[in-house]
Design a protein around this ligand. Structure first.
Ligand code: EPU
Length: 441
C-alpha cells in the first residue's frame, strides 16, 4: 500500500486544470447500457473508481475503446452482448457506485441482479430509495443471497408514474440517476418529485437527452421523463469535478498560496465560494477562453489570518458533504471557533481524530464538530479512512510544521488523479512511498 510523506509549509502557487468529474462520470458510463449503439464520453478522469466501473461494464458485455484528444481521456462504450445482467459482490464491494447499473440494466435488459452494497466508512448507505423508486415504476424486487434482483413487469417494460424520492436525509443523488435512467425507456411519463438537484444529475440528463431521451427539469426537485422506445448513441463531455476544484481552492487557502484553476465549475460551487470568501479565501474569475460558468478560469488568493465560520452540509446548492472534511482542515488554522454540522452522512467524521493527532483542537458531538482554531498544525503520522478524509489530511499536511505521513492513500486514488504530482507542480513537497518503507517517527 502507498503512503504520502508531506513536508508542510510551502505556499502553493501556479496553475492547474480541474479534471472531469468522477461522480458525474460514474452514472454517465453506466447509462451507456441503455443503448446498443456506441456512446463516447470525454474528459473521463483516470481513477480507481472509474476503472472499477469499466471492469463492471466489460463484465456486462461492453467493449471499451480508450482514446485521447486535447489531453483529455475519451472512452467509447459499445454494448456487444446483453446476456449478462449481474453486478457481482466482488465488484460492488470495491465500489458502491456499481449500483448505478441497476436502473439502466433493468430498463434495457428487463432484469438486473446487483449485489447489495455493504457498510461504508462514511456511515450507513442504504439503497432503499432506489428500490422504492423502481418499484413505483412497476419493478418486482427481491433479495436473493445478498443480491437485489429486479425484474420488469411481464410486458418487459417499466411503467411511468409520479413518485416521491426524498428520504430522511434529503434527496438521493445516485437514486435519482437510477430512476431517471430507468424511466427513459418506460412506457409513459415519470415524474420524480424530491429529485436530487446536483450538477451531476443535470450532466447525466444532458447525456440521456443526447441519446434521444426526453428528460426535463433536471437540476430542480421535479424531473419529468417521457419514456421512449429506444435510445441511440451519443457523444458527451463530462462536467469538471466541483469537489476536486474545491479541494484545490482549500489547499491554496490553507497554505496562503496564489493558484489559478482552469476549468473551474464555479456555477456548481456557489455555497463553497461563499464560505471561502467568509473565511478570507478570495476566488476571482479571470477572463478566459469561455464564458461558461461551469468552465471558468479563477484565481485564488487569501488573507494571512483566516476567519472562522459556521458550515452545515446540505444537498445541492448547499455546502457539499464531499468538501466537509477539507473545509475542516482549513478551519483548524482559522482565528477563532468554527462549527461544522454534517447533515448528509452524520457519521462522516473519521478525520476528526486524525486531525487531532496533528494538534487540531476539535470537539465532536453527534453530527457537529466545534473547531477551535490553533496557530499551527504539527506534522504527524495519520491514517486516511475514506476518499475525502484523505484529501483533508493532505491539506492539513500541506500547512503543518514538519513532516506528515498519510497512510492508505489508495482511498485518495479512488477520486483524485495523480494528486501528489499536481500538488507538487504547484510547489507542494509530497512523496509517494510504499508504506513498508516508512520508519515511524
Ligand atoms: N439514502 C438513503 N436511502 C437511499 C439512498 C440514500 O437513506 O436509498 C441517504 C444516504 O444514506 C444519505 C443521503 O440519503 O444520508 C444522501 O445519499 P445519496 O444517495 O445522495 O448518496 P449517493 O448518491 O450514494 C453521491 C456521491 C457521494 C456524495 C453523495 C451526497 C457518487 C458516486 N457518490 O452518493 O460522493 O457524498 O452523493 O452528495 O456520486 C464522494 O465522492 O466522496 C462521495 C461519497
Amino acid at each position: 500500500m502507498d503512503a504520502f510523506t508531506i513536508h508542510g509549509g510551502a505556499p502553493l502557487s501556479g496553475r492547474v486544470r480541474v479534471n472531469g468529474s468522477k461522480n458525474a462520470a460514474l452514472p454517465i458510463l453506466a447509462a451507456a447500457l441503455l443503448t446498443d449503439e456506441p456512446v463516447t464520453i470525454r474528459d473521463v478522469p483516470r481513477l480507481a473508481d472509474i476503472s472499477n466501473m469499466l471492469r463492471l461494464l466489460e463484465r456486462l458485455g461492453c467493449t471499451i475503446d480508450e482514446h485521447e484528444s486535447n489531453g483529455m481521456r475519451g472512452l467509447t462504450i459499445d454494448v456487444e452482448d446483453e446476456s449478462d445482467n449481474t453486478a457481482p459482490y466482488d465488484v460492488v464491494r470495491t465500489m458502491r457506485a456499481s449500483v448505478c447499473v441497476l436502473g439502466p440494466l433493468l430498463a434495457r435488459r428487463g432484469m438486473a441482479r446487483v449485489s447489495l452494497p455493504g457498510g461504508c466508512a462514511i456511515g450507513d448507505r442504504p439503497i432503499d430509495l432506489h428500490l422504492r423508486g423502481l418499484e413505483a415504476l412497476g419493478a418486482r424486487i427481491t433479495l436473493e443471497g445478498g443480491d437485489v434482483v429486479a425484474r420488469t413487469p411481464p410486458t418487459g417494460r417499466l411503467i411511468g408514474k409520479r413518485l416521491f424520492l426524498g428520504g430522511a436525509n434529503g434527496p438521493t443523488v445516485l437514486g435519482t440517476a437510477n430512476i431517471m435512467c430507468a424511466a427513459t425507456l418506460a412506457k409513459g411519463t415519470t415524474i420524480i418529485e424530491g429529485a436530487a438537484c446536483e450538477p451531476e444529475v443535470v450532466d447525466l440528463a444532458k447525456l440521456l437527452n443526447a441519446m434521444g431521451a426526453q428528460v426535463m427539469g433536471a437540476g430542480t426537485p421535479r424531473i419529468t421523463v417521457e419514456g421512449v422506445e429506444r435510445l441511440h448513441g451519443a457523444t458527451h463531455t463530462v462536467i469538471p469535478d466541483r469537489i476536486e476544484a474545491g479541494t484545490f481552492l482549500i489547499a491554496a487557502g490553507i497554505t496562503n498560496g496564489k493558484v489559478t484553476l482552469e476549468n473551474c465549475p464555479s456555477d456548481a460551487l456557489v455555497a463553497t465560494l461563499d464560505q471561502l470568501e467568509r473565511v478570507g479565501v478570495h476566488v476571482m474569475a479571470l477572463p478566459g477562453r469561455t464564458e461558461d460558468p461551469m468552465r471558468e478560469t479563477v484565481e485564488v488568493q487569501c488573507e494571512r489570518r483566516l476567519k472562522p465560520t459556521i458550515v452545515t452540509t446540505q444537498p445541492h446548492p448547499g455546502f457539499p458533504t464531499d468538501l466537509q472534511a477539507q473545509m475542516m482542515a482549513l478551519l483548524c488554522v482559522a482565528d477563532g471557533n468554527s462549527v461544522i454540522t454534517e447533515r448528509i452522512f452524520e457519521q462522516r467524521f473519521l478525520h476528526v481524530a486524525e486531525l487531532g493527532r496533528m494538534g487540531a483542537n476539535l470537539f465532536h458531538q453527534g453530527p457537529t464538530v466545534v473547531v477551535s482554531g490553533v496557530r499551527e498544525l504539527i506534522g504527524a503520522p495519520v491514517m486516511a479512512s475514506d476518499l475525502r478524509a484523505s484529501a483533508c489530511l493532505i491539506i492539513a499536511g500541506l500547512a503543518a510544521r514538519g513532516q506528515t505521513t498519510v497512510r492508505r492513500v489508495y482511498h485518495l486514488d479512488r477520486g483524485y488523479e495523480s494528486m501528489e504530482k499536481r500538488l507538487n507542480s504547484l510547489g507542494a513537497l509530497i512523496e509517494r512511498v510504499d508504506e513498508k518503507q516508512l520508519v515511524e517517527i
